[in-house]
Each structure stands twice: as C-alpha cells, then as structure tokens.
Design a protein around this ligand. Structure first.
Ligand code: THU
Length: 159
C-alpha cells in the first residue's frame, strides 16, 4: 500500500507583499546576515525570531576551521533565544540565505538539523512557529509550523 503525505506552504510574491511585522523580521534577518561568519562556504545566512512579547532576536551562521563545530543561523538564533528568554514563546522565524555578494531569488529552507531543533521548541512551548524562508530577493515561502518541513518528525513522544 502506498500512502501520501501532504504539506502546506504559502508563497508570498515578494518583500512588498509582507505585512509590516513581517517586513521588520525580513529586515532583521537581512541585517543579521551581514554578520555571518562564513569564510569557508561563503554562504551567508541571517535569521530573525519574533517573540510573543514583540521583541525580535536575530543571528547568523558561524563557521569554524573544524567544519562541524560551526553552526547554522537558525540554531544560533533559537538557542540564544531559548537560553535568554526560556519562558517566552517564539511566534515567527525568518531565514534569509544566499552566497555572499550574490543576489539570488531561490528561497533557502532550513537544513534538516535546524528543522529538528525548531521542532523541539515548538514542543516545549506547545505552539507552532511560523517559518519563513527566502533569499535576498524574490518569493518568500512560509509554513505554519516546522512540521510541514519535517513530516515523520521524531520527538519526545517516542522516548
Ligand atoms: N546554513 C545555515 O545557516 N542555515 C541553513 O539552514 C542552511 C545552511 C549555513 C551553514 C553553513 O555555514 C553555510 O550555510 C553553508 O552550508
């Protein structure tokens, strides 16, 4: 028997179609991207998280000469957020990625490890986090929860 899983995502045509709040998040992720430390991949990623108290926290990818010791922008941002605002819910997460100096328009989705890390905080806060991903220009994709990016997700219910 073959079964099918459907995921949902929204396509936003571009920056001008974002709400004011979403534009602030895009801008925060875009600014954070300028602080990416990516001397090995030359792929710069910025991330911004909107908290339920209205604050925006941002971060960028941080690489290392020992490659696996580096960290993606999303995990840099959500781990810092969770460490400093342990009881404040994360509402929206915006990620923008592109090769440095390049102007690309293909939305860059969070990697698998980041999806798993985001899922942990959705479970912790018992509420989904809207995930937006984009490149420096062009369409912006949005899911209402990381579960749409991670079907068959592994969580603590299996332990
Ligand atoms: N990267 C992120 O920061 N987020 C992702 O979701 C995809 C990849 C970073 C990791 C590494 O510094 C560079 O992009 C190339 O993989």
């Amino acid at each position: 028997m073959q079964k099918e899983i459907k995921i949902n995502f929204h396509v936003i045509a571009g920056y001008s179609d974002l709400t004011e709040t979403e534009k602030k998040l895009f801008d925060a992720a875009s600014n954070a991207r300028k602080n990416a430390y990516a001397p090995y991949s030359h792929f710069d990623v910025g991330c911004a998280v909107l908290l339920e108290n209205g604050e925006i926290v941002s971060g960028s990818n941080q690489e290392n000469a020992a490659y696996p010791s580096g960290l993606c922008a999303e995990r840099t941002t959500i781990f810092w957020t969770a460490a400093n605002y342990p009881d404040v819910k994360m509402k929206k997460l915006f990620v923008i990625g592109a090769p440095e100096e390049a102007v690309t328009s293909v939305p860059i989705p969070p990697c698998g490890a980041c999806r798993q890390a985001i899922l942990e905080y959705e479970a912790k806060q018992k509420e989904g986090i809207e995930i937006y991903f984009a490149s420096v220009e062009g369409e912006i994709f949005k899911t209402e929860s990381v579960r749409d990016l991670l079907p068959f997700s592994f969580d603590s219910s299996f332990l």
